[in-house]
Design a protein around this ligand. Structure first.
Ligand code: ADP
Ligand code: MG
Length: 687
């Protein structure tokens, strides 16, 4: 349970006076629902005000605080012209206070003729005339000192003003408690950081609060690291059956290639982990085509050789079926019983599979998340391989880990090479193996970039390619991140291409029904269709070696990592492949740099590091795919700077006080709750 100390911060904003329906929309849009959200809604800029006694052209462009006396009103000549209040300073210099909008009653009331008022606003020139448009404060003389000289500027959304936001934030800050210190004293000292409460107030009060903000960022990174380490520690405490491969089945696999050094090394690392009596949690990173499937197969066979079962979890139906076929082929002649289970398998076939899993006659199960449904029980599940980490965040890892009846070793595979800092940030609970060596004999993929204006030529080129017996992917862009419009774009493109190439064009998109999708994929895989128009559903996995041309429409709208994955669909056979990136015409510098990088290299690890540099972590992992918790205080620079320290700090704490029972441990729990990592604290209690 969250400590009571934190309750005021976790109260809903709606309990505040005057926060009704009108404000709840803009607040929601900004993701602000609780006091703590407001407290962490840090200013993005500052307005600095200058107290002056005289109007001066030298102050044009500055925000001033000044005492003025209104002398005259001037309504606009037309209904859309502004209402002006003429006012003078003590020396008789004049300025126009300008109000747009129909209602002149309000400025008249604020600024009665002949009565001095303190006003604040940005001084501007309108021809020779000085003016202030919409003064941000107007008050009685005795209120002068209440106008802040330094005012934070907050991220806003339509329907809420900065002044209102500032008030709400102040309310939230007034409820923020003093907290016990969770940061190690030496870390705190080395940066000269203040306590949490002080730092929070400074971050909202002063533009010179870099270190205060860094401290808050550190807290967030620290809580993330601590949570990951608790996951890890909890999995260390759980018991798992050691897997001891005999080689009997592995040796029976006959493949036309020898494994790469990286593949062998990864299997050795996996075997080392699985020989322990606590569950493995290992991440296998390998670029598209680096041969992860073979590694997964060896791991699964290791479990089967030890008399246990193995399961392979794929993110989509298509991929589950493809993995199933691939593994079955690799296992031909090997005495292993492999089955598939997805949400679509129903009736008798499903019953038979469930029986086989329960009685142990099925050795390896491939499927979608259906394989972890309640109804599915295994006789002796020893290892789970999860393909495509990004759809399987730490929350899911914790859930799986907390299912007591499932204590299998876990191998998670990702085709997206992840930069080192991000690996630590998001997957710090896992061991890491990297397939950093490609199987020999790969044909390089030539990548070119072309404007969408060349569409006619591109279609001509596609025509020649398929006339020569080749196959091609045509990937359609994301339209406003919405599945409906993605589908519309893909359908429109398919229709246009069908007008030219007839039924040689197949289409798949995420909203198609399973059988329909499979049928389209099958037509492409068999060569009956030459062009596969697709949304990013083909992103992970699909393998058609004869497809040697990939056209990606709207390439500038994809993330680099995603482009790299898509590109990995070609270059799978022994023929040279081409990837054509079609771009829009209005390209930002960053977009240009990213496309240039794609043209220049095929090295996924390099692309990952560069993409992180160009776009930042939040973007890199992609909101659509990532199941990971977002950072709201720590920016990318903070993460790179502070991750190592936060990691060491968290690790030391756990080593000394694994139950987080000491005073500092209790404080650290507070930090976890503050960043809503309650589930991690939950693991502590269970453990
Ligand atoms: P990934 O899943 O990492 O993208 P795959 O496991 O699908 O890659 O492997 C890509 C292709 O490379 C497959 O056709 C596979 O049979 C082949 N392959 C895997 N390992 C090797 C190797 N050591 N030498 C040659 N080819 C390999
Ligand atoms: Mg794969």
């Amino acid at each position: 349970m969250r400590p009571e100390l934190l309750n005021p911060l976790f109260a809903e904003i709606s309990v505040l006076k005057g926060v009704g329906n009108a404000l709840s929309k803009p607040l929601d849009r900004l993701g602000l629902t609780k006091m703590v959200d407001l407290a962490f809604h840090l200013p993005t800029g500052w307005v600095e005000r200058h107290r002056v006694s005289r109007l001066d052209h030298n102050d044009i462009g500055r925000t001033i605080i000044i005492t003025l006396t209104p002398t005259d009103y001037r309504a606009g000549g037309s209904p859309r012209a502004p209402f002006r209040v003429w006012a003078v300073d003590g020396a008789g210099n004049g300025v126009a206070l300008v109000y747009f909008g129909k209602n002149s009653g309000w400025p008249r009331k604020l600024l009665p003729i002949g009565e001095p008022r303190v006003i604040s606003g940005k001084l501007e020139a309108y021809g020779d005339q000085l003016q202030v448009i919409h003064p941000d404060h107007v008050g009685l003389l005795e209120e002068a000192l209440q106008i802040p000289v330094m005012e934070p500027v907050y991220p806003l959304s339509e329907g809420i003003t900065n002044a209102r936001m500032r008030d709400l934030v102040s309310e939230a800050l007034s409820r923020a408690p003093e907290m016990p210190e969770w940061i190690d004293a030496s870390v705190l000292g080395s940066h000269g950081w203040k306590g949490w409460h002080d730092s929070l107030l400074s971050a909202h009060a002063s533009p010179n609060s870099r270190e205060a903000r860094r401290r808050l960022a550190y807290d967030e990174i620290f809580s993330g690291q601590l949570a990951l380490m608790l996951v890890r520690a909890a999995s260390r405490q759980r018991r798992a059956e050691p897997i001891r491969p005999t080689g009997a089945l592995r040796d029976a696999v006959k493949l036309p290639f020898a494994p790469t050094g990286a593949q062998r090394r990864s299997v050795a690392e996996i075997d080392g982990d699985c020989a322990q009596n606590h569950p493995m949690l290992r991440l296998l990173q390998g670029d598209v085509g680096s041969g992860k499937t073979w590694v997964a197969l060896m791991a699964l066979l290791g479990a089967v050789e030890s008399g246990m079962q193995g399961a392979l979890l794929a993110p989509t139906e298509i991929l589950a079926r493809q993995h199933y076929e691939t593994l079955r082929n690799m296992l031909s002649g090997v005495p292993v019983n492999i089955a598939i289970l997805t949400g679509r398998d129903k009736g008798k076939a499903r019953e038979a599979t469930l029986m086989g899993l329960a009685d142990g006659s099925i050795d390896i199960l491939v499927g979608t998340h259906a394989i972890f449904q309640e109804a599915v029980s295994y006789r002796h599940l020893g290892l789970v391989v999860i393909d495509e980490q990004h759809r399987f965040g730490v929350v899911q890892r914790m859930m799986l880990a907390s299912k007591a009846r499932l204590n299998p070793h876990m191998l998670v595979m990702t085709a997206t090479p992840i930069p080192r800092t991000l690996t630590l940030t998001y997957y710090g609970d896992m061991e890491v193996s990297r397939l950093d060596e490609m199987p020999p004999g790969r044909q390089p993929i030539r990548t070119t970039v072309s404007s969408i204006d060349k569409l006619v030529d591109v279609v001509e080129g596609l025509g020649r390619h398929i006339a020569g017996g080749g196959q091609a992917y045509w990937v359609c862009p994301l339209v406003e991140e919405s599945a409906v419009s993605d589908q519309a774009a893909a359908e429109a493109r398919a229709q246009a291409l069908r007008a030219r190439f007839g039924d040689k064009v197949a289409l798949v998109h995420g909203r198609m029904k399973g059988p329909e999708k499979d049928a389209a994929m099958a037509r492409f895989a068999s060569g009956e269709a030459s062009v596969l128009v697709a949304t990013t559903v083909i992103e992970v996995g699909v393998d058609v070696p004869n497809a040697t041309l990939m056209i990606i429409e709207g390439a500038d709208r994809f993330g680099l990592a995603q482009l790299h994955q898509l590109r990995g669909r070609v270059g799978r056979g022994d023929k040279a492949s081409t990837c054509l990136l079609l771009r829009g015409n209005a390209l930002s510098e960053t977009a240009r740099a990213r496309l240039a990088l794609m043209r220049e290299t095929n090295d996924g690890f390099r692309i990952a590091e560069e993409d992180l540099r160009l776009r930042g972590a939040g973007d890199y992992l992609g909101t659509r795919q990532s199941g990971e918790q977002k950072f709201r205080l720590a920016g990318d620079a903070d993460i790179s700077d502070l991750i190592d320290m936060a990691r060491d700090d968290a690790r030391l704490l756990i080593e000394r006080d694994g139950g987080l029972a000491s005073a500092r441990g209790q404080a650290a729990r507070m930090c976890l709750y503050l960043f809503e990592r309650d589930a991690a604290v939950g693991l502590l209690k269970a453990g």
